[in-house]
Every structure is written in C-alpha cells, then in structure tokens.
Ligand binder design. Structure first.
Ligand code: NAD
Length: 455
C-alpha cells in the first residue's frame, strides 16, 4: 500500500520533534529497538521468506543466508558492541593546552532517511537501520516498491515492533520518494543505481545533508592460467548466479588470461549443472528476475554475442537460465551496462597489462575479483581502484560485520557495516574543558610586541 504523499511532511516533522525530546538518545532505548528489530525478523521469518519467494523466487535457505540470518547476526554484533561504539572516548590533551580534559562524544545526527533497493529488500533496508538505531536517530525507512510483497509486509511489521514515534516507514516509488527528498534530513542513506544516486545528491545539497551512496556498476573478475580453474569456476558461478545474478557485487564479466577461456567455460558449465541441475528452471535453489522490465532488458543481452552455455528463457516465469556468453563487441551494452542478472560474459585478454587497461578505462568497480598469480595479485592491488578487492573468492567479503563495505567513484561514497554504520549516522564532537586557572592561554593574547623576535 502506497503512503499518501500528503502525509509525508507531517511524518518527518513529527520525527524531528521526537528526536528533539532526547527520547532516542539513552543506550537503553537503542538496545530495546535493536532487540525489537531482531524479534521482527525471527518471529516473522516464515512470512518474510514467503514474500521474498513471491518477489524474487528466493529459496528459504537463500532468504535465510542473505537476508534474515545475516541481518540478525549483524544486530547481535551491534548489541554486543553498542557500549564500545557509542561511549565517549578520552582524548589526549597536548602540553600547550594543559591543564584541561578532552573527550570525543559520539552524538546522533537527528532524523535520517534510508532508501533501499529491491534485490535484497530486507537486508538492505535493515542493515543501515541497525547503524541508525545504534547511533540513536529517528528514522524514515523507504523500502523499494519494486519488491512490493516485501515492502507491504515490512510496512505492517515495522510499526508493530519498533517505536512508532521514532521510526516511520513510507511505502511508494518515485512520487513518494520525491516528496521525502523535499524534506530536510540529517543524513540520507541510499542504496541503488547511480542515476537515482545523483537525484539524491542534488536534493541533499539543498540542505547540506550528508549522504551515503551504496551504488553498483560492473564488478570484473580476472582469471589467469595459474589458478585452479575448477575451484575458481565454482566460486565465480556461486557468486554470479545467487539471487539470479541480481547482486550488487556479483561478478559482472570475466577477463581470462593465458588462453584458458575454453577450460574455464567448461568448468563453469560443470559448476552450474552441479548447483542447479541441467534444468535450473525446476531447481528450488534458483531465483527469478524481479519483473518483466528487467527480464526484457536481460533478454536483449543474449543477442549481443555467442551463447556458449544456457540462454533459455521463459517470459511468463521471469526465468533466465544461467548463461555464459562470448560478447561480440566490447562496446555493446552487455559490456558497458551493469548486467544485474544471470548472464556472464567471458573476454580473453592477451596480457595482464591489457586486463588492467580494460578495468582502469571504466568506472571504478564496487568489487574486483582475482583468481591469479601472486605477481598479478600485487599488480591488481597497486594498479586498480575499487570498493573492495578479493582474491580466491567473490562476494563473501561483505559478510564480516566489521569490514567496511562501500564503493568508490561511480560505485558509491561512504561505507557501512559494524562500527562504520554507527559512525555514518553520528557526529563525533570534541568536548574540551580548559581550566580557567592558571590562565595559560594568556600567552596567545595581543599585543604581540616582542613575540615576533622569538619566531
Ligand atoms: P530500485 O529501482 O528499487 O531503486 C532504489 C530506490 O530508489 C527505491 O527505493 C526507489 O523507490 C528509489 N527511486 C527510484 N527512482 C527514483 C527517483 N526518480 N527519485 C527518487 N527515488 C527513486 O533499485 P535499483 O536502483 O534498480 O537497484 C539496483 C542497483 O542498486 C544496481 O545498480 C545495484 O548494483 C545497486 N545496488 C547496490 C548495493 C550496494 O550495497 N552498493 C546493493 C544493492 C544494489
């Protein structure tokens, strides 16, 4: 159910007022809300799984692993560290300012807005919320209308479990989000595509509102002949075809060195059939494309090269088989747009220099993966820039709660998870108390006559 846009201004005003009462600042309130969010997830996991299955064909296990379980464990981690992350920290006072005492007081920003996308519609709405609550803010949540079943369910559950005076959920799409963006917030946390990211940045500039942008783009994989191609293929295939390729850090394409592309293709094919059988459409572990528009977009990529494996589709079922593609041109949309679906192009490269030029000639990726020799690993670390860089695996780097996760350049700005999330939604205020006597600052006062000679 879409929220009436006319109510949005009043909702945000009420949240600002409530923040001003100080009710969300005590650590006890923050703890209570984190526990309530935990209960929302654990007590309704079956309903949430069903909504995810209707929106994205997610299996129960995948829903647990990538949406519910991971969020619950992030809450537990936040609860365990809440005091450490939010308590004032003593600062050293330099000799020149002594006597006195100083501390860093972490204060909540105020009323914050969290806008989520549809691909992990539970995790990507609630993971930032953990940081916002742990930091003591009031919050507007805007789930993606594209994952409508999840949005409707969370719109029912959030007011049942969380403090209604402090957390509001607005349902809707462009119109409602535009109305939200016309309001003043103290932070906006947006996950989604870069085009809308620019709209968020422009709206935020009006009020000098700080923003975090968790964006996407093409995340490349580099494979060379020194790697175990069987293991590399399984790890790439798992990361690519999870959630039917609709993952921000999914491998987008593979650059293959040392002439091993045919062997890698064969190993990828083996991995796909091991995971999903010869007909993934009947596999309970394989997802669906979110909607017809994205299904059409993905279908158009299939004609932009030679389908080496897969390529079967079913419009009525929003199904696309895991597909391996040799692209006809490096300038075609499948090689220039973020694929965000289960189609994996493989591109032979003559040398590491060529691969590095290819990566560096494009936007900075959210993730970069390498299954390469130690020398090539060193070169990737030193000669590329990306949100994250992973060797020997893909996608798993976003699971440790205390590793900052975020992009750079076109793949985003700012990072979160664990303590970083709390920092995102807080201001660290220096509090310095200088004793009045003795008046050691007297040395700074004019007249400066006689001072210059000592410089
Ligand atoms: P989406 O269409 O659900 O849009 C994201 C949010 O923006 C939604 O809440 C939507 O209502 C809102 N929105 C859409 N158009 C708007 C407009 N004109 N004005 C204001 N708000 C608007 O999701 P999407 O953008 O298709 O998500 C996929 C993208 O997100 C991919 O690029 C993916 O890589 C990226 N992504 C990034 C991360 C990350 O953590 N970095 C995670 C997931 C997805």
């Amino acid at each position: 159910m879409t929220t009436d846009p006319h109510t949005i201004e009043a909702t945000v005003t009420a949240l600002h007022r409530h923040f001003a009462t100080g009710a969300t600042k005590p650590r006890s309130w923050r703890r209570e809300q984190l526990l309530a969010l935990r209960a929302l997830l654990t007590e309704n996991s079956a309903e949430i799984q069903q909504a995810l299955a209707r929106d994205l064909g997610k299996s129960a296990l995948e829903a647990h692993m990538t949406e519910i379980g991971i969020t619950v464990s992030a809450i537990d981690y936040a609860l365990k560290n809440l005091k450490k992350w939010t308590a004032p920290r003593r600062l050293n006072v330099p000799l020149s300012l002594m006597p006195g005492r100083a501390s860093l007081v972490r204060e909540p920003l105020g009323t914050v807005l969290i806008i989520a996308p549809w691909n992990y519609p539970v995790q990507l709405l609630f993971a930032p919320l953990i940081g916002a609550l742990a930091a003591g803010n009031t919050v507007v949540l805007k789930p993606s209308e594209v994952a409508g079943e999840v949005s409707d369910l969370l719109a029912q559950l959030v007011p049942q479990y969380l403090d209604r005076q402090a957390i509001a959920l607005v349902e809707g799409g462009v119109e409602e989000t535009t109305e939200l963006l016309a309001q003043r917030f103290d932070h906006i946390f947006y996950t989604g595509n870069g085009q809308v990211g620019r709209i968020i940045a422009r709206a935020a500039a009006e009020n000098l509102t700080p923003i975090t942008l968790e964006l996407g783009g093409k995340s490349p994989v580099v494979v060379d002949g020194t790697t175990d191609l069987g293991v590399a293929a399984r790890r790439i295939a798992w990361a690519k075809f999870l959630n039917a390729g609709q993952t921000c850090v999914a491998p987008d394409y593979v650059l293959v060195l040392d002439g091993v592309e045919r062997q890698l293709l064969a190993e990828l094919q083996t991995a796909i059939t091991e995971f999903f059988g010869t007909d993934p459409q009947i596999s309970p572990d394989y997802g669906r494309i979110i909607n017809d528009r994205h299904h059409r977009r993905l279908m158009s990529y299939l004609s932009q090269g030679t389908v080496e494996y897969g390529g079967r589709t079913d419009v009525a079922d929003r199904y696309i088989q895991p597909t391996l593609l040799s692209p006809a041109s490096l300038e075609s949309p499948v090689m220039t747009e973020e694929i965000f679906g289960p189609i994996l192009p493989l591109v032979p490269m003559k040398s590491m220099d060529q691969a590095l030029n290819f990566i560096n000639g494009r936007d900075k990726p959210l993730a970069l993966y390498g299954f390469v020799s130690e020398e090539n690993q060193r070169r990737l670390v030193a000669e590329t820039s990306s949100g994250g860089l992973v060797f020997g695996a893909a996608l798993v780097h976003l699971s440790p709660h205390d590793w900052p996760f975020g992009g750079v350049g076109e793949s985003g700005m700012g990072a979160y998870h664990g303590q970083k999330s709390v920092e995102n939604f807080s201001h660290d205020k220096v509090v310095f108390t200088k004793h009045l006597l003795p008046d050691t600052l007297r040395l700074l006062y004019p007249p400066y006559i006689g001072f210059k000679e000592n410089l």
